[in-house]
Every structure is written in C-alpha cells, then in structure tokens.
Design a protein around this ligand. Sequence first.
Ligand SMILES: [Zn+2]
Ligand SMILES: [Zn+2]
Length: 482
Amino acid sequence: MPNTNRSGLKIKFLGANRQITGSCTLVEADGLSLIVDCGLFQEREFLSRNWGPFSFDPERVDFVLLTHAHLDHCGLLPKLVREGFRGRILATEVTRDLLPIVLEDSAHIQEEDAAYKKKRHAREGRKGPHPEVPLYTVRDARLVPPHVDGIAYRRPLSLSDRVEVVFHDAGHILGSAMIEIRLKDGERVKQLLFSGDVGQWDKPIVKDPAVFERLDTLVLESTYGGVNREDPGRRDDMLQELITRTVKAGGNVLIPTFALERAQEVLYTLSLLFAEQRLPDVPVYLDSPMAVEVTRVFENHVDSMDRQARALFRSGNHPFRFPALHLIGSTEESKSLNRLERPFVVLAGSGMCTGGRIKHHLQRNISRPESLVLFVGYQARGTLGRQILEGKSPVRIHGRNHPLRARVAQLHGFSAHAGAQDMMRWLRHIRNEPRVFLNHGEEDRAAELAAAIEREFGWPVQVSFYEEEIELNGGPAPRPAG
Ligand SMILES: [Zn+2]
Ligand SMILES: [Zn+2]
C-alpha cells in the first residue's frame, strides 16, 4: 500500500514544552519514524507523564536521535526499549560511553525510590499515586547500550534514500550535539535543526556551539529565555575569591554539582588555580562515585575537547588529577568528611540539592555563617537548591528545619546553557528566515526569548505545547501575531 505521506515532514512535541524536562519530539520524515531525545520528566507536576504509555508505538520507531546524556534527554530510554523499541539509537561516541553510567545510576535511584515508597506505604497503610515498582530497573537500563551506535560529528548519515542526519557541536556538555535532519524534496533539501541544549562560548573543556547560515525549521531550547547570566567578574577570579575568603573564615565550600560535566569543569578550573598557586592549601573532595566514573570517560575522549583542554592533557598537567583532589567512594568516607577539623571544598550531587550526598553536607553547614554554598548551575522551580538560592529560611533537609545562615553564591560562568545574549549571537548567523519553535524553557522564559527573536529578526516563532503536532510541508509559516 503506498504511503501517502511519503514526502511529508511532521513533528509532534512530546516533552519539555513550557517546562524544561522530559525532552522528546517525534519526527515523521519520508515514512520514517524518528524521535529526538527520550527524556525523563523531573519537575514534580509532570512526574506522572513518566508512568503513562508513550503517545507513539515504541515498536514502530525506527531511530532515536540523542542530543546528549543528561537524564532530561535520555532518561526514558530504558522504558522505551523495555516496551518494544527495536531500532537504533544514534548518539555521538562520548554520549554512547556516558549513557550506561547515567542510565544505571538513574535506575538505581528508581529502584531505591520504589523500595522506600513501599516501606512508607506499608507503615502508613495506604497507596501512593505511583506504583511501588520502579519506573525501570538496572536490568532494563542494561538493555539500552546494545541499541546505541556512536557516530562522528559533522558526518552526514543516511537513514533512507531521502533522509540524512548530521550531528554538530552544541557546546553544552562533552559529547552534546545539535541534530540536523535533512529531507531531500526534489531539488531542494529541507533542513530541520534540533538545537538540543545550547552551551555558551568559551566554556572550559567543550568546543563552542556550531553555527548555521540556513535552516528551514529550528526547534530551539529556551532555558534562560530573555535572561542573561553575566557574572560580575571572570569565572576563575570569582572562584578564587570565594574559596579563599571561606577558607580564611574557617568554613567549608559546598558545591552542588551534577556528576556529568559541571563537576569536571569546576575541577578543571580548580586545577588551573592550584597550578598558578592562586588558592590556599585546602583539600578538594569529589564526593560522587558517578562523577568519578564520568571523569574516566572524559579522559578517554580528549580528542572531543577544545584546544586548551587538549593542550593541557598533552602537557601532562592532568586537569582532573591534581594533588589537592581526593576522590570519595563509599558513603562512610563521605560521612567522615564532616569530622574534618579543617576547611575543605566538596563537590557532591545532586546539582539542584534534590537528593544525594550534598544533602548531608548541607545539613552540617547550612546554619554555619562561615560556610559557603556555591551554585554553579541552574536551579529549577520547586527544588531545594532554588529555595536556598532565594534565601528562604528555614531550610528543610531530611525532615528537619535548619536556619539558613551560610553564605550563598552563584557562578553563572559554569552554566551549561546559553544566556539570552549568547542565544541571539548564535541566531545572528542564520541568513534566511526559519520557522522557529521553542521548547525546553519555563513558559515565561520561552515567551521572553520568542519576543526577542520576533523583535530582532521578525521570524515566525511559536512556543510549543505538549502534544502539539505540526505539519512542515512547505507553505508559508504563520506570521507572528502583533
Ligand atoms: Zn543538558
Ligand atoms: Zn536539558
């Protein structure tokens, strides 16, 4: 039977619409069924979407195109494979190597959550909104890697006679990609770009984002929206000043970090500061077994790093192994840190303080005026991190209230996302008039970016809705209203 939609191009938004987690977009191109990302929903009000059925048939998806290894982009892959996906998952080689670490860690958390829920419900004699079984298990997570093909940046890969994909640098985390889908339409080639998460220029370790001169359709993230995340000084100077001041006061420096990328970037900068003797004699603890594993993957992919990082590795000044750095494995070791008589710097997860070892360190330090909580990443609505950042006291940790007396600071220079100015700078390379859809941003942030794009370029921009379906078969794009 002939497929009537053979030359068609259609997208359907299935996550990270008017919020920032659960990234997933279905693309129907030339009879192929593709999904770009398959992320976990992490904001409380959307968690139930993780449990519902996919709004497509996993068995009929031909390819997953994966932008990067953050959970909000890859965290539902174990469920996808368990529910019948038989196709290939295309990702960069770094992402392919990070994926097993990230997914197994997530599966562990899912299993622990389910066990905890079961215990609590038994105690309280009730049933919760979600089943007491894990969303997926470690065994499910291990089904994913055999489906993954690591592919090179900038090399077009044919998925059918008329569809090819190209992965480009996104500058967000090591291995991250913007994904270009090219559909041959007679003489013309339609170019559809998924930005994934866009990084900032001149970040440590990762290369700068790729730029484009021509696009027909752009699905663009909007995490920062119209907000700039300018720091009042240079990233390294500020880190030096904050650590020196805290150590002098006899306090500890707590850096909540995601195990993937942010931790390595902070270590990288610390190693340079120590090498230049700009820091006092203070031990640094990487208190995250997962961050230690991720760091090993990074060490295997020096070629994917920017010029400065490659040079550093070549010169033998290993940026992830400096004398002051200690790697913490067991929970016992982690707890023993709190018995130290001298100031220390600790990097621990989770990055938004929603769980993990950072909560124990916070418990011990949040009421000490000499200690510092130093945020190096975005803090989403409703997280403990956001609450501390906004200075809301008391702070509730592990069921107890603690007055917030520690100093709190934020360094935007480590953020993995482009701020408004970076985003406009990136968009200015585009010479034609693409149709733009915004995703991966809270509603007001996305609206700010949409307004800025319409003002400067006059391009048609839509802030995408969950489950919204768009036909991209030629024809003029709707003009922006007003
Ligand atoms: Zn990301
Ligand atoms: Zn993301």
